[in-house]
Design a protein around this ligand. Structure first.
Ligand SMILES: [Fe+2]
Length: 237
């Protein structure tokens, strides 16, 4: 097994990610060249995208796999989703909660807030009560954590794992996203790193972020964050 991407908007036409199957294929080729063998497709779960539910995402992932196989691209794709945490998240039917591999073990959430909202902890606790390990996407991009990096530890104390975005490691030097991403990477705070790919045109800098991660913390640590830990999402805790 090579690297596993844990955050990718690779399914065509489901959200603001890849627009066509051709774009998905081109991104897939580039990921394979960069050393990836497995990808979790994590479309946005937003109220304005009501069709992004477990069965639909799983079906679209199968269709993508068929297309990859027909093109001879050696990539295995798995369903997932990026759940935007909202005040009403706790009213979601548990059967509609997307998880990595739709296997009910780990789920990916995102949140955009200046400060951590009051619903954050109850929503996380509710997901955990359903047996899910919650992974927070790109904390380095959240204003609440940029301003108060100790919040990352408080969130970690709740049992939430952190997923860093590769792109942030090649953001302009001195930018808040890059500073926090480098800091968290060096401090070993990430559980895994993902590309968060959306489009072909900005996939190359995301792969440059992978090389930058290796420069910063070495191959072994990057293997832990892009192979060893992501393998746990495949079903075995
Ligand atoms: Fe994303």
């Amino acid at each position: 097994m090579n690297r596993i991407d844990v955050h990718a908007h690779l399914l065509p036409g489901l959200d603001d990610g890849c627009r066509t199957m051709e774009e998905s294929m081109a991104c897939a080729r580039l990921l394979v060249e960069a050393g990836y063998s497995h990808i979790f497709c994590t479309p946005h779960i937003w109220p304005n995208l009501p069709e992004n539910r477990p069965a639909e995402i799983a079906q679209r992932t199968v269709e993508l796999q068929v297309a990859l196989n027909m093109e001879g691209i050696e990539l295995k794709v798995f369903p997932g989703g990026e759940i935007n945490l909202r005040p009403d998240t706790m009213r979601t039917d548990p059967d509609d909660l997307v998880s990595y591999g739709m296997n009910g073990h780990y789920c990916l959430i995102d949140l955009w807030a200046q400060t951590l909202p009051d619903f954050f902890e109850p929503a996380v606790r509710w997901m955990q009560s359903l047996g899910l390990t919650v992974v927070l996407a790109h904390p380095e991009r959240m204003r609440a954590i940029q301003d108060e990096p100790d919040e990352a530890d408080r969130i970690g104390g709740m049992g939430v794992l952190l997923q860093g975005n590769l792109h942030c490691l090649v953001d302009p030097p001195g930018s808040m996203t890059r500073r926090r991403a480098e800091e968290f990477l060096r401090q070993g705070k990430y559980f895994m790193l993902g590309s968060d790919l959306h489009h072909l045109e900005n996939l190359p800098p995301r792969m440059a972020g992978l090389r930058r991660a290796i420069e910063l913390v070495g191959e072994d640590e990057v293997d832990r964050l892009t192979m060893e830990n992501p393998a746990k999402l495949l079903g075995i805790k």
